[in-house]
Structure formats: structure tokens, C-alpha cells
Design a protein around this ligand. Structure first.
Ligand code: ZN
Length: 237
């Protein structure tokens, strides 16, 4: 196993068996770049690949920080609807993009079965699935898939923004406002995107957040340039 990774033993809250899960040493995560929707690139180990813990015995899968907190009712749903169809397998240890995608899709599938699942959890998983498609050049229609999941993430973030308390995941209100604007931009809706970006420009919290303010200005500039290009193209046509 990569020496940036290590296994720990934990107890599955659904089937009560002891399982191995893989964690990433923080010093192994060297950032080499990031995209405007916070997709981060690493020199060696990408911690996102290890975000989902899976129990190899019963098939329960969830984001690692949510893994222990499953209600009795929901653990029964997993035992009845997932375990009988699950082929026991071990998903601990080193993961490539394809395995990471598989674990996120499993977690998303299970989240859909659970009661009272939060929009912010759907949003977080869908955004990471979109990132994994972006990073994965082995999938042919990955741009379409990426857009599909960016769009799911967008709808869930809007729902979370309107219905959940901040912080949503690790996002405060301004960061979440920015991300919704950016997801609108990336999924081809510049008008809606500008509405969300303008909330940041016009709010004191936005103006006090230098990083988000800078990102917002860059993305507004991108939209303006794109609009100008489109106008020039249509005047030629
Ligand atoms: Zn289990």
C-alpha cells in the first residue's frame, strides 16, 4: 500500500463486524492545483478517493465523517435492501479513480434509500462524482457525465441553501452562494450564475472574504468575456 495511507479498524454500525478502513496521512496530500469549483489536485495521494468508507461484509457505504451516525431505522434499510444483494468484498487499501467512483456511486445509491437523508450530503457526493469524472480520462463520455453530476450537485446545494442551517458541510453561506453561482456557470446558465455572484459582491460578508471575492470576480469576468465572444460571433454570422 502507498506509504501515505494507513488502515484502521472500526466497527460497522450496520452489521457490527470489525472492518478495516483506509485513511490518508495529511502530510501525504500535496496540493498541486485546484479548479474554480474547489476540485483539488494532488501530487500523489488524493484524499477524496478515500472519502467513502465501505463495509465489505454488509455493503454499507457512507462518507467517512457520517459513517458511524446511522439511525436504527436506516441500518435496517441497509440490512434489508442492500446486504442480500451485496457480494462481500474488501474496498479498503489503495484506490484508483474507478474504484473511488464506484464507492461514491454506492454511497449515493444507499443515500437514496435512507430516510431523512440531507440535501447537503447528496450535494457533496454528487460534486465529488463530477470531479472524479473530470479527472478520469479513461471514460469516453466523461464530460457529459461530469455535467450531469454537477447539475445534481447544483440542485441539491440550492435545496440545502434554502432549507439547512449553515455551515453546510464545511461551507459558510458566502462559500455556498459562490459554489451555486459557479455550478450554474459550469452547467451553462450564466444568467442565474450572475444573480448568485452579485449577492456576494453586494454583501458585507462577501466583501470581507478575500478569497471568495477574488474567485467571484474572476468568474464574472469569464462570463462577460464569453458573452462578448458570443455577440461577436453572432454579428459575424
Ligand atoms: Zn457492515
Amino acid at each position: 500500500m502507498n506509504n501515505g495511507l494507513y488502515n484502521v479498524t472500526t466497527t460497522c454500525p450496520v452489521c457490527s463486524k470489525d472492518i478495516q478502513v483506509t485513511k490518508v496521512k495529511s502530510k501525504a496530500c500535496k496540493v498541486v492545483g485546484s479548479d474554480s469549483d474547489f476540485c483539488t489536485y494532488y501530487e500523489t495521494v488524493n484524499p477524496v478517493f478515500y472519502d467513502i468508507w465501505v463495509c465489505g461484509y454488509c455493503g454499507y457505504a457512507a462518507q467517512r465523517d457520517k459513517f458511524p451516525d446511522i439511525s436504527y431505522k436506516n441500518s435496517k434499510i441497509i440490512r434489508v435492501q442492500v446486504t442480500p444483494r451485496w457480494n462481500p468484498r474488501d474496498l479498503s487499501g489503495e484506490r484508483d479513480i474507478d474504484t473511488a467512483l464506484e464507492t461514491f456511486k454506492l454511497a449515493l445509491y444507499e443515500l437514496n434509500l435512507l430516510e431523512n437523508a440531507k440535501s447537503s450530503d447528496f450535494a457533496r457526493i454528487c460534486l465529488r462524482i463530477a470531479w472524479l469524472y473530470r479527472m478520469n480520462d479513461r471514460i469516453k463520455d466523461n464530460k457529459d457525465k461530469e455535467n450531469e453530476f454537477l447539475n445534481f450537485a447544483l440542485q441539491h446545494y440550492i435545496h440545502a441553501y434554502e432549507n439547512e442551517r449553515f455551515p453546510i458541510g464545511k461551507f459558510d453561506e458566502i462559500t455556498c452562494t459562490y459554489l451555486i453561482g459557479e455550478l450554474y456557470r459550469r452547467t451553462g446558465n450564466p444568467e442565474e450564475s450572475l444573480k448568485w455572484f452579485s449577492r456576494i459582491i453586494s454583501s458585507p460578508e462577501g466583501r470581507n472574504n478575500a478569497r471568495i471575492l477574488e474567485l467571484t470576480r474572476e468568474q464574472i469576468q469569464l462570463i462577460r468575456e464569453q458573452q462578448l465572444n458570443n455577440e461577436q460571433l453572432s454579428s459575424i454570422g
